[in-house]
Write a protein that binds this ligand. Structure first.
Ligand code: FAD
Length: 448
């Protein structure tokens, strides 16, 4: 008899079954074997929950590291968060529980500590910011009530106040706040649903030692196989599932697929039988957004060192319009700039040198030509990353919360999807990914 562990052993392509060869077993009733695709927060959370409940779990990960879109790079001397940067709403947030478990130091980023500058270097007066924020809040309330089905946010704004986006500061705000939050351009966002996520309370925090510290408790004891890019998921007629990677095939009773929405949309993984129409249509309607970050390290600061955020009113609007000042929580002279809205695809098509030059143009417009070149930098290109093809899911015009909920529904009692794109209330966040992974694991625990 083949052990439960055997169920999960690799079946090398073309190998012959035998005593000395790779073990292969047909999953049978009673097996508690699960394959998890992807070692990001969702996949690790699912695997850890299942492992603790006595299941045999193997995680198949395409890349050579855990974390997925939670990825800390320390090359510049301070932790640069390539993907997720903040625990949004830390109170009651399960990511805070993980951070506390590893003793991670958190720093509250102060949204009010903001200096916004016009392109010519003139500071936008605080009163103008406050007025624009109030106007934005008011019009978003109207959009919430009056946006039509399938209408984009930009179309709704234009219909309700045709001059609203002509004001440079308001346009900056819609980009630096809304396009960043959602990872998508106003033209693509759903007017009905763009701001419907629920949030945990509390001001956002960052982990000064690096966000990736939270991965340790999730990954502890979990069997992750790296370099295993999944190409197909086949639901077996008899029982269970066969998952094929570039390296071979694996079988188990259940599979949890946490491939990001961008990967699924690209058709990198094929499903046999094809996914139910409800799942496929939901994926089509949902949007996968983009955000580009650039980390710039300087010899000395040329910006106000105590100000948390530097806003720059740029053209086009999503171009390096918001910078996080690392001097507020590290001793490094670092700025992390963001491109959002339609601009990430422009920025990510540039070479590294071009991207740095582009960000420096914006900074020199605001702070003067004497601003020196950075001594080191780090760029990101999430839109091109084959492990995500984008930053995070967003409510595209024409989509609805039902689409995220549909994706979270099990297929044939064997295949489950998890990941931020299956958690409407907390989509685009690490805690959304965590909660979705745990929910998928719980479904299997109840079903087995
Ligand atoms: C620029 C940026 C900024 C962000 N900022 C924040 C923030 O401040 N706060 C916040 O809470 N969230 C933020 N997020 C979102 C957050 O990072 C994600 O929601 C969360 O990390 C997603 O976790 P996941 O497990 O769903 O997916 P992922 O982390 O993407 O995990 C999926 C895993 O699957 C693997 N994979 C992909 N394809 C295959 C395949 N075919 N076979 C095998 N493995 C595969 C990938 O390599 C990856 O490891 C940000 C994201 C980005 C990109």
């Amino acid at each position: 008899m083949i052990s439960r562990r055997g169920v999960l052993e690799i079946l090398a392509a073309g190998s012959v079954l035998g005593a000395s060869g790779p073990v292969f077993a047909q999953p049978a009733p009673g097996d508690r074997s699960v394959l998890v695709i992807g070692a990001g927060v969702a996949g690790l959370a699912a695997a850890q929950t299942l492992r603790r409940n006595g299941f045999d779990v193997v995680v198949l990960e395409a890349s050579d590291r855990i974390g997925g879109r939670l990825w800390t790079d320390r090359d510049l001397g301070a932790p640069f968060e390539v993907g997720a940067g903040w625990i949004h709403g830390p109170e009651g947030n399960p990511m805070s529980v993980l951070a506390a478990a590893v003793g991670a130091h958190t720093f509250v980023t102060d949204d009010e500590s903001l200096e916004v500058m016009y392109a010519d270097g003139e500071t936008v007066p605080d009163g103008t910011i406050v007025d624009a924020e109030e106007q934005l809040e008011n019009i978003y309330e109207r959009v919430d009530e009056e946006a039509g089905r399938g209408e984009s946010l930009s179309a709704a704004l234009d219909r309700l106040d045709s001059g609203f986006l002509d004001d440079a500061v308001r346009r900056w705000m819609t980009s630096a706040y809304t396009e960043f939050d959602n990872g998508a351009a106003l033209d693509d966002l759903s007017g009905q649903f763009f701001d419907e996520d629920s949030v945990f309370p509390g001001d956002d925090v960052i982990l000064t030692g690096g966000y990736d510290q939270v991965l340790a408790p999730l990954a502890n004891g979990v069997d992750v196989r790296f370099g295993q890019r999944v190409r197909s998921v086949r639901l077996l007629e008899e029982e269970g599932v066969e998952v094929t990677t570039d390296q071979g095939a694996f079988r188990a009773m259940y599979v949890i697929c946490t491939c990001p929405l961008g990967v699924l949309k690209q058709g990198q993984v094929t499903f046999d039988p094809p996914l139910p129409g409800s799942h496929a249509r939901a994926m089509d309607r949902m949007g996968m957004g983009n955000v580009t970050k650039i980390a710039l390290k300087f010899d000395a600061p040329f910006w106000p060192v105590d100000t948390q955020y530097l806003g720059l009113v740029t053209e086009p609007p999503g171009r390096w319009n918001y910078f996080l000042n690392y001097r507020t929580f590290t001793d490094q002279n670092m700025l992390v700039g963001l491109s959002v809205g339609a601009y990430p695809l422009v920025a990510e098509a540039m070479s590294d040198a071009e991207m740095v030059a582009d960000a420096m143009l914006v900074l020199r417009d605001a702070y003067g030509d004497a601003v020196p070149d950075p001594i080191a930098f780090r760029t990101t290109r999430w839109s091109e990353n084959p492990n995500s093809y984008g930053a995070y899911s967003y409510s595209r015009a024409g989509s609805s919360p039902d689409d995220w909920e549909t994706l979270a529904e099990p297929v044939d009692g064997t295949l489950l999807f998890a990941g931020e794109h299956t958690c409407w209330d907390n989509k685009g966040t690490t805690h959304g990914a965590l909660l979705s992974g745990r929910a998928a694991a719980r479904w299997i625990i109840d079903d087995a």
